[in-house]
Design a protein around this ligand. Structure first.
Ligand SMILES: Cc1cc2nc3c(=O)[nH]c(=O)nc-3n(C[C@H](O)[C@H](O)[C@H](O)COP(=O)(O)O)c2cc1C
Length: 189
């Protein structure tokens, strides 16, 4: 069975990112994927130490809850990142997770890396923010996360910023609906 891995970078289980993760997982299930939503706040993931142990040994020296996630990322057919905007960037939980993916990069030359991403994937980026015009303002965050998913084997990435989280429940947001339509389409191809 094909696997969908969704990483939720919000600590709020009843928040908009959790809801976006659920909505995306429903699409995945409808397309026959085995879905796993990882709530990063449930895990103990230390920050990247920048020690470069992984460049010598091909694995991270910090043996915490990130280690099984490396394999889950490699095994995923669909890899999704769902994050709130915190001070104009992804959440700290999400950034910390991304930094720890560095262990999957092999240095093949000066400034050149090959990424052990495992299977080729489809990617999903869903960003939630409070600002009502955040879909205009936070394109950069979305693009940054899209580039990361491309590095990790997703040629095809669908993405969206869902603005005005405090004003419009995510299930009723036209921005979330557009993103879910795009998810539906990409999973059907
Ligand atoms: C620490 C913090 C920083 C935030 N910074 C921003 C911001 O820069 N821009 C914005 O539009 N919303 C900002 N917000 C609002 C959140 O992005 C918004 O409420 C989001 O929907 C929360 O997602 P959640 O419900 O999944 O936790 C911030 C919220 C917090 C807690």
């Amino acid at each position: 069975m094909k696997k969908m891995l969704l990483i939720n970078g919000s600590a709020r289980k009843e928040g908009s990112c959790s809801e976006l993760s659920k909505m995306t997982s429903e699409k995945g299930a409808a397309h026959g994927y085995e879905v796993e939503i990882v709530h990063l706040d449930d895990l103990k993931i230390a920050n990247c130490k920048g020690c470069l142990y992984c460049k010598e040994h091909g694995e991270c020296q910090t043996k915490d809850d990130m280690i099984p996630l490396h394999k889950k990322v490699q095994d995923a057919d669909v890899f999704g990142l769902v994050t709130p905007v915190y001070f104009g960037a992804e959440s700290g939980l999400m950034k910390n997770f991304i930094d720890r993916l560095y262990a999957l990069l092999d240095r093949i030359g000066p400034g050149q890396y090959s990424v052990r991403f495992g299977k080729p994937k489809k990617g999903i980026v869903a960003v939630s923010c409070g600002a009502p015009d955040g879909n205009m303002t936070y394109h950069g965050i979305m693009s940054h996360l899209v580039i990361i998913l491309r590095m990790f084997g997703s040629a095809d990435v669908v993405s969206g910023v869902i603005p005005g989280a405090a004003m419009t429940p995510v299930r009723e947001s036209p921005f979330a609906k557009d993103l879910m339509d795009a998810v539906d389409f990409t999973l059907s191809t």
